[in-house]
Design a protein around this ligand. Structure first.
Ligand SMILES: [Zn+2]
Length: 415
């Protein structure tokens, strides 16, 4: 990888056509896409992708959980470099989240094939079947299948809102759930994922490419504050043990602590339950959720401890009982340093401005990175809008990102 890098330009009009056409599959009259895993829209989108992959001269196949691959066979066909992203969308999602990573990979492979011929190592673009918890709480289902991380019990245990198991949904989509271990891959040397930023840092700073250093770590906590229910008219303020007043003060203090830490620390208190929940009763019990994120494990832990200590102090001052429970967590995941350096060199060769940054959102790459060298690049999202029909990335930015991706891939498979 010491030769000067040659830019591999993708075909922007083709990328535009793919983006626009794929967005029509699952598009709702009110705006936004509904394309949950194993749904008819998901099947149709996959069929369309397979058609495009075949037309591009790729060898097309699917695995048992429904990941779809387009393979550009290398002279050595035993090892593989993988690129791509997820095909499912959140409910009323946009046309770029996930889809752009697949389509950028597809136009990148087309450009590489056209300009450089067959690669040394094989190169594949993948449409991963599930990332968004779009129907089942099966996050990274496709990636986990590839890495052998699916447990048999999950096939029946994971259920959608209609109580349909993921195994039944797979069967209905023509996929064999009992083959859930067949997708395991041992030939993968690296995974590169292009994704929209879903935030507004690149957009605000007019930077072309984000090189992801780490995917953020996350902790979910459920805080329960208990006081005493009393009459709202007859109980003087100084005699109350109002759980909500305490919890509200905690919310202010949690926000202050995380703001003080500065970017990229973020905290969200999105779910509240107040009991008994009557206009004229002093609240006896409040539960609220904390979603705390930071890409550095130590900082994440320090913030979590500080938040819980501050909440405990407020509870004591107000004669309230407090309990906190960690309901979910994922460790921060560093991206591969050599692949980050390669993406930076590729951005340079393409004349693209870039910035190293953490990812505040979870991605398939965080699971891949635990098992094989993985890196991610971001392209700007207008005003940071995402998980919405308003999600937008200008074609110039999308094509530039795909060109940087193609250029980086060329270094991996045409040594
Ligand atoms: Zn995504």
């Amino acid at each position: 990888m010491t030769n000067p890098i040659k830019k591999i330009q993708v075909d922007a009009p083709t990328l535009q056509h793919y983006i626009d056409h794929l967005a029509t599959i699952g598009w709702q009259p009110e705006g936004g896409i509904v394309r949950p895993v194993y749904s008819p829209a998901w099947l149709k989108a996959r069929q369309q992708l397979a058609e495009w992959m075949r037309a591009a001269g790729l060898h097309v196949y699917e695995d048992a959980v429904g990941n779809l691959f387009g393979r550009l066979r290398g002279l050595d066909d035993t090892r593989t470099i993988l690129t791509g992203s997820h095909l499912d969308t959140v409910k009323l999602g946009g046309k770029f989240d996930g889809a752009l990573g697949i389509l950028a990979g597809l136009v990148a492979l087309q450009a590489l094939h056209k300009h450089l011929g067959p690669p040394q190592r094989s190169l594949e673009v993948v449409a991963l079947c599930e990332e968004e918890n779009s129907r089942f709480h099966a996050r990274y289902w496709g990636t986990r299948a590839i890495l052998g991380l699916i447990e048999e019990s999950q096939l029946e245990a994971l259920r959608d809102e209609q109580n349909i198991s993921i195994a039944s949904a797979m069967r209905a989509a023509g996929l064999p759930p009992d083959q859930y271990r067949a997708p395991i891959r041992t030939d993968l040397d690296a995974f590169l994922e292009l994704h929209i930023e879903q935030g507004r840092i690149l957009f605000d700073e007019h930077i072309d490419i984000g090189i992801v250093q780490a995917i953020t770590g996350l902790q979910h906590l459920l805080i329960t504050v208990k006081g005493r229910a009393d009459h709202a008219g007859t109980t003087p303020m100084d005699l109350r043990r109002d759980a909500l007043q305490g919890a509200a003060l905690m919310a202010v203090e949690i926000t202050r602590l995380v703001q003080q830490e500065g970017r990229p620390a973020v905290v969200t208190l999105g779910q509240w339950d107040v009991r008994p929940g009557a206009v004229n009763v002093v609240p006896a019990e409040v539960r609220f959720s904390i979603d705390l994120r930071h890409p550095d494990a130590e900082t994440l832990q320090r913030l979590s401890v500080a938040i819980q200590a501050r909440c405990q102090a407020i509870a004591q001052e107000r004669d309230l009982q407090l309990s906190s429970e960690i309901t979910g967590q994922s460790a921060p995941q560093q991206m591969d340093p050599a692949l980050q350096a390669l993406l930076i060199r590729a951005a340079g060769a393409c004349g693209a401005t870039w910035k190293a940054m953490p990812s505040g959102a979870g991605h398939d790459s965080q699971t891949m990175a635990r098992h094989l060298p993985t890196a991610m690049l971001f392209v700007p999202s207008i005003e940071g809008r995402s998980h919405s029909a308003a999600e937008e990335t200008p074609l110039a930015d999308a094509a530039r990102g795909a060109t940087v991706l193609a250029t980086a891939l060329s270094q991996l498979v045409y040594p």
